[in-house]
Design a protein around this ligand. Structure first.
Ligand SMILES: [Zn+2]
Length: 214
């Protein structure tokens, strides 16, 4: 009888522990990552990072406490009141820079191949952006406080075209241009007699350029 009681208590404890752990991970992922807010003091876009571990622990314990772990205005303004946290509390998902970028691509088309972007998942190759001058920018290279300007002044580039066009930019001597075929007119004109024989050609079914070994 006592053994059975220990088993019941042990099982209940284990289940509670697993539920708490699941809640911690869920909240940790929710609050993790750089966020974009408007600094109440400067009234300018500012990048901040929450202390995701603290937020997840307090949430798992039934509380709710957000504090900053970093801000692009630190260390000069490290003693500010962190009033920007109210923006994050009202829209945590909307403040995450990765979500802002994902939303920006959705429904837009690659400036090279014309293919429309669908939802971008965490495991996908990340697309890039191209400035009006033709320079490429990857997500990790965008300073948070510059994100609104970058999104306003750049065009979206899918990952395939970014890899191909960036290669052209870095190694123009290795790229051969061919006359554009009408049927594939929205695709880049490059083909690739590259180092290891890898070619990129427009797919006849209308999908994005795919690697082949021709
Ligand atoms: Zn493309």
């Amino acid at each position: 009888m006592i053994t059975a009681l220990y088993v019941v208590i042990g099982t209940a404890f284990l289940v509670a522990l697993l539920l708490a752990l699941r809640g911690f991970i869920k909240n940790y992922v929710k609050w993790r990552g750089e966020m974009l807010v408007t600094c109440p003091e400067s009234e300018k876009p500012t990048g901040v990072v929450l202390n995701a571990k603290h937020a997840a622990v307090t949430a798992a314990l039934g509380g709710h406490d957000l504090i900053l772990a970093n801000c692009t205005r630190w260390p000069e303004r490290q003693n500010c009141g962190q009033e920007c946290l109210s923006q994050i509390e009202s829209s945590p998902e909307g403040c995450l820079i990765r979500n802002i970028l994902k939303s920006w691509y959705l429904g837009r088309a690659c400036v090279y191949c014309g293919r429309k972007f669908r939802e971008i998942h965490w495991h996908d190759h990340k697309p890039a952006l191209r400035s009006k001058q033709g320079d490429f920018v990857e997500w990790s290279q965008i300073p948070a406080e510059s994100l609104p300007d970058v999104l306003r002044t750049h065009d979206p580039v899918c990952w395939n075209c970014f890899i191909a066009e960036n290669f052209r930019l870095v190694h123009p001597e290795l790229v051969t241009d061919r006359p554009r075929k009408p049927a594939a007119s929205h695709y880049p004109t490059h083909t690739w007699p590259l180092q290891d024989g890898l070619n990129y050609e427009p797919d006849p079914d209308g999908e994005a350029p795919l690697p082949s070994n021709h």
